[in-house]
Design a protein around this ligand. Sequence first.
Ligand code: ACM
Length: 555
Amino acid sequence: MTDMQTRQSASVARCSSAQERKWLSGIPWETLLRRFAILVPCIGLFAACRTTGPAGAPSRAQLRPTVFPGVVPEPVSITLASGDAFVLTDSTSIVVDPGNAEVLRTAQLLASLLRPSTGFAVPISSIGTSVRGAIVLRLSTDTALGPEGYRLAVWRDSVRVTANAPAGLFHGVQTLRQLLPPQIESHMALSAVAWRVSPVTIMDRPRYSWRGAMLDVARHFFTVREVKQYVDLLALYKMNVLHLHLADDQGWRIEIKSRPKLTAAGSVTQVGGGPGGYYTQDEYAEIVRYAQERYVTIVPEIDMPGHTNAALIGYPEISCSVRPPAPYTGTEVGFSTFCANKEETYALVDDVVREIAALTPGRYFHMGGDENPILSKEDYARFVERTQDIVARHGKQMVGWEEIARARLRPTTIAQAWATDSVAAAAVQYGAKVILSPAKRTYLDMKYNQTTELGLTWAAVIEVRDAYDWDPATYMKGVTESNIVGVEAPIWSETVRNITAVQYLAMPRLPALAEVAWAPQSARNWDAFSRRLATHAPRWNFLGVNYYRSPQIPW
Ligand code: ACM
């Protein structure tokens, strides 16, 4: 049995057993999740009172042997200093070079984090004014930091974040955020908190340039607001790619003006038969802009030539038959395909790639390419190679799931390993790079254990330690460190209907994978990570982020 067939038959089984479950029919589970979402900030407030209140026993966090600061991902180097802490007060300001619009925007984002919880004005002022008591964000030539690294120095009198490029300053600010008490995430002013940051110096830069997550907005649709909430989580953990799976059998989710039937006919369904939906081009641009401001690159995926039932409803002439297929709301895979031998197919692909490329400032276009047992080997390769040319003509670098390595690849193409530990190695023979998304480690839609209510099990059950404890450089045959651009954690949405459910599956495996992708292998250690991660739960409570309380983590 091939991997594809295994997945296909597993997904058939998944579907029938899943449909018996209450959450797929909706109400009780969703209601519960919504209630939980409302409750968590309140729990956060309760935690705040416990840790800051004048009376009562110390909390577990206070008693735990110190592993602070609990920064995730672990920085390259971190040196705790002695002396008094820096304290945010009503005279704290953020000092920047106002001539750089990106730095100014990062300062504004920092100010908008600090103002609600502290109640302080936190003005932004220009370099040249006094830095006493200030948080200074400054670019300075320091090539050791690369395009995303930063230095952070906290002293009693000031905090300084320096970087070679604006992205580094943004990441440095996320570290500062994690060094502040978790109550900093509160949307309400908490006047009893001492906003202290202990003295420390940090030098940090990422291991990989691709630290991604994928959200399947095709099987279930997610609103612009929900996608932004996911971007917020990625940014907190210094992840820098959000791959949006925008089209699959169950739904087409992005407006293509030259091909209106893609959304008119293809966007109105989703798994289980819900209303579906799609992003207008303006809405997609809004997601791209929001992500860009947080140094997250949106990578749009149109999965083809397979996984194309939704597209074929409106454009049956590019299938190998002429009858339009019926809308599909199940969870099987491997039954639909574009026809590789028709010029009409490439005309549609060209329209789609052209419009999406024009809306996407990031360098990449993901063509899917997975799970197509219908086309012959030759037809599949022809489709991938012609699509690769179209993507290049529209100025983008092509990414595809590992199966694309069965075609002749350009060295600029990137293959995303998922199912096997060998297919992506063929891509390396062409000089192509590889993203590691091994399903057994990184698929966030896999259950944590057999009793997890959401998620699937066809690849594995993945506890937090399974997601954390592996080294990309030694994971795959024929793929070594220099072939790897990074690591990505997909969430497929067969069982996932809203962002609260996404958060439950992502947290805390997403920060675990963020550390796999960011921290040097030599700095990674499960025990230390699990203790650092535990300190993040109060932060998630204030943020209203749902999460799984893994028994592996000393919360
Ligand atoms: C995949 O999981 N079919 C890439």
